[in-house]
Design a protein around this ligand. Structure first.
Ligand code: TXA
Ligand code: MG
Length: 326
């Protein structure tokens, strides 16, 4: 089987109804979608991604009305966030309704749910009378796809259809927020800046760091998002000076570096715009990784707004290369 890439919303939704998998565009990253009520479809998602079954899936739907059918309760803070920021790059972790299968949440009583902001996928979701489970459409542990080509490269032989919605506008995965009673807690930094959430519902509690809780959210595994080529973070100028390699890839934020050791350089945002850097981040990492260079040097962004989430992804990309056993 080789995936067809196209923009046929009806075809995509009928495949989903039949229990088949479809890659769908969202504003954050592409998702590998399947009918969350269909056990075979959910199992097929885990298999196509080679993802461990203990790692739960986010479900997607198109309206708050639908969301209410899939959760048991919606704390006030969650409702406020939903009304203001959906559709958008925000996932809420809520007590699941019994109709959401345990397989989807990996046995957890909570389900991660969001309304993505992409016209094609919203049109597909509107046609589906079931929740759509969709983890990022990449093999487990690899960089999330932000174009239909990225999906095709890695899952092109495993799924029948890729809905092509162009490059993702946000470029990093959704921010995940859970609730302790009514108090919001961060589970994954992402495409919605924490400040936008705090403006609405007050201080967000820090992540829970107890060991038992960690594997639940793969975005929090230390080595997630990693490319295959070693990636080192730091002062790029200094790293270039110190290295003996002549095959260096550079992932720079705003300014290009010059050195004859650089084989390929990507500047994420020549205007210094953090949102543009987020949009270009994963494609840049992929591009450099594909070139099979000896090493990639990258630099952290200013720690504000989306810069915090970008730095989180860069640190995880570095972690794998430092210690492959992580
Ligand atoms: O932006 C996004 O969120 C994208 C697009 C496609 O919507 N999806 C995405 O899914 O990033 P995924 O599966 O790659 O990452 C979802 C994260 C995982 O780390 C998973 O462990 C966590 O959410 N998660 C899902 N359901 C959960 C649950 N019930 N409890 C705790 N964590 C959960
Ligand atoms: Mg993922």
């Amino acid at each position: 089987m080789e995936a067809i890439t196209g923009t046929d919303v009806s075809f995509a939704s009928s495949l989903l109804s039949e229990g088949k998998l479809v890659a769908i565009p969202t504003e954050t990253v592409y998702g590998l979608a399947g009918n969350a009520f269909n056990k075979d479809a959910v199992v097929a998602i885990f298999e196509a991604k080679n993802r461990p079954r203990f790692n739960p899936l986010i479900i997607h739907t198109h309206s708050l009305e639908k969301v209410k059918q899939y959760v048991k309760e919606l704390p006030d803070a969650a409702l406020k966030l939903a009304e203001k920021h959906w559709p958008g790059p925000l996932t809420l972790l809520l007590p699941k309704h019994d109709r959401i299968p345990d397989l989807v949440t990996a046995g957890s009583p909570r389900v991660a749910i969001r309304i993505p902001n992409h016209p094609l996928s919203l049109a597909v979701l509107e046609k589906c009378d079931f929740p759509v489970a969709a983890p990022s459409a990449n093999p487990f542990g690899y960089i999330s796809p932000t174009t239909s080509e990225h999906v095709f490269q890695q899952l092109g032989t495993k799924i029948p259809y890729i809905l092509n919605g162009g490059p993702c506008q946000v470029g990093i995965e959704s921010t995940i927020i859970g609730f302790d009673e009514d108090r919001p807690r961060i589970y994954r930094l992402g495409g919605m800046a924490l400040s936008e959430i705090e403006d609405l519902v007050g201080t967000v509690l820090p992540p829970i760091t107890s060991k038992e809780d960690l594997p639940q959210t793969s975005g929090r595994l230390k080595s997630h998002y990693a490319p295959g080529t070693p990636l080192v973070l730091g002062n790029i100028e200094q790293l270039l000076e110190e290295t003996n390699s002549k095959q260096v890839g550079v992932l720079a934020f705003q300014h290009a570096y010059s050195s004859d050791k650089i084989a390929k350089q990507i500047v994420l945002s020549p205007n210094g715009k953090i949102s543009e850097a987020a949009k270009n981040l994963f494609a840049g990492m992929r591009k450099l990784d594909e070139m099979r260079l000896e090493i990639i040097f990258a630099e952290l962004l200013p720690e504000s707004g989306l810069g915090i989430a970008i730095n989180d992804r860069l640190l995880r990309a570095q972690a794998l290369n430092k210690d492959p056993n992580q």
